[in-house]
Design a protein around this ligand. Structure first.
Ligand SMILES: Cc1cc2nc3c(=O)[nH]c(=O)nc-3n(C[C@H](O)[C@H](O)[C@H](O)COP(=O)(O)O)c2cc1C
Length: 347
């Protein structure tokens, strides 16, 4: 029904307009317990065999919503009703910022892909905190944090610390985002020295809290294996809790569109099907290199249940979707969970 009826209608309209429209709908739905409960009845799929325990948190199932869809934590309780095991909000920055000029979000339907250069458009960390204060505490929420676009490299650490401190009481785990290709100089934070310093400082801050929260690092699929080795060394040295692999890619190699069309879109991060192989490759590499010791949340190009199973087989403990949710619709979460149950749990 979604793919044949609803999606063709939605895809006639500008992607960002549809996104904003959906969030207006979500805020209406959020006010009605009845509608939320009805959505939950349709889309939630519960089975104790899907439960996962990871970095001290109990996930009802391994399928989460990736960062970027609910940047301001506006619809956590509604999105939960679509059956996700966890929701990642953000990327949140200390100050509100509009992001890059529009148009900045593009569908590439032939490739089941999206290119975006949103540039951390968000209402700032305080606005997210206000929303999170009223959320359902049973939903596991991750806080994805970043820096403001105009923050210099020298001050980037302070931006992460500000978001970390403000969100700490209201979220269940943190994701440090140094891998978005759409924010000036952000990926510089992936360089060894900056990354070591950033993770050490956040870990220190975390230890001072009465209830420390798990900290994960979100990495780019465009790292070379050599860079990945360095990153893993830092992650293990500092002792953070896991990796989110991966963010979007700047690579355009596998697209079935004429070169001039791709060029006319311009810069941005590519997500969806073309990212699937590379992201799984990275997950498999990390899993092998760390002997399965480091928890991995696998994300990137999960557009079918098989893609999700492949990520779990490659070593991810949990998975997240973004583009797949747009292309496959809300029933996709349930379909993945059913497949996980059949594949891994029926013995
Ligand atoms: C429109 C859009 C906005 C995104 N914004 C963020 C973001 O703010 N922070 C982040 O860490 N990832 C962001 N992402 C990346 C996703 O979380 C995910 O890592 C990536 O899209 C790969 O997953 P997918 O192929 O399932 O979409 C965004 C992705 C899209 C498509």
């Amino acid at each position: 029904m979604y793919k044949h009826l609803i999606r063709p209608l939605l895809f006639r309209i500008d992607p960002e307009k549809i996104h904003d429209f959906m969030f207006t709908m979500f805020s209406v739905i959020d006010k009605s317990k009845l509608i939320k409960s009805a959505i939950g009845k349709i889309y939630k799929y519960e089975n104790p065999k899907l439960n996962r325990k990871l970095f001290g948190l109990n996930f009802s199932n391994p399928v989460g919503l990736a960062a970027g869809l609910d940047k301001n934590a506006h619809a956590v309780d509604v999105l939960d009703k679509f059956g996700f095991g966890f929701i990642e909000i953000g990327t949140v920055t200390p100050k509100p910022q509009p992001g890059n000029p529009k148009k900045r979000l593009f569908r590439l339907i032939k490739n089941q892909a999206i290119i975006n250069r949103m540039g951390f458009n968000n209402l700032g960390v305080e606005a997210a905190v206000e929303k999170l204060k009223h959320r359902n505490k049973h939903v596991i929420v991750g806080g994805n944090i970043g820096k403001n676009t105009f923050t210099t490299d020298e001050n980037a650490l302070e931006d992460y610390k500000t978001c970390f401190t403000a969100l700490h009481p209201y979220i269940d785990y943190f994701v440090v985002n140094v891998s978005c290709p759409n924010v000036k100089n952000l990926r510089e934070s992936q360089s060894n020295e900056s990354l070591m310093n950033l993770l050490q400082e956040l870990t220190l801050l975390n230890k001072q809290k009465s209830k420390p929260k798990p900290i994960l690092l979100k990495i780019s699929p465009d790292l070379t294996f050599e860079q990945l080795d360095d990153t893993l060394e830092i992650v293990e040295k500092v002792g953070i809790d896991g990796i989110v692999a991966t963010n979007t890619t700047t690579c355009r190699d596998t697209l079935n569109y004429p070169q001039d069309f791709i060029e006319s879109i311009g810069n941005g991060g590519l997500s969806g099907k073309p990212l699937s192989k590379r992201s799984t490759e990275i997950i498999r590499y990390i899993h092998k290199k760390t002997n399965g010791r480091l928890p991995i949340i696998g994300v990137g190009g999960i557009m079918s249940v098989e893609d999700a199973l492949e990520k779990l087989e490659a070593g991810a403990s949990l998975v997240q979707i973004y583009s797949g949710f747009i292309y496959e619709g809300p029933g996709f979460v349930k379909r993945i969970n059913k497949a996980v149950l059949n594949h891994f749990c029926t013995k």
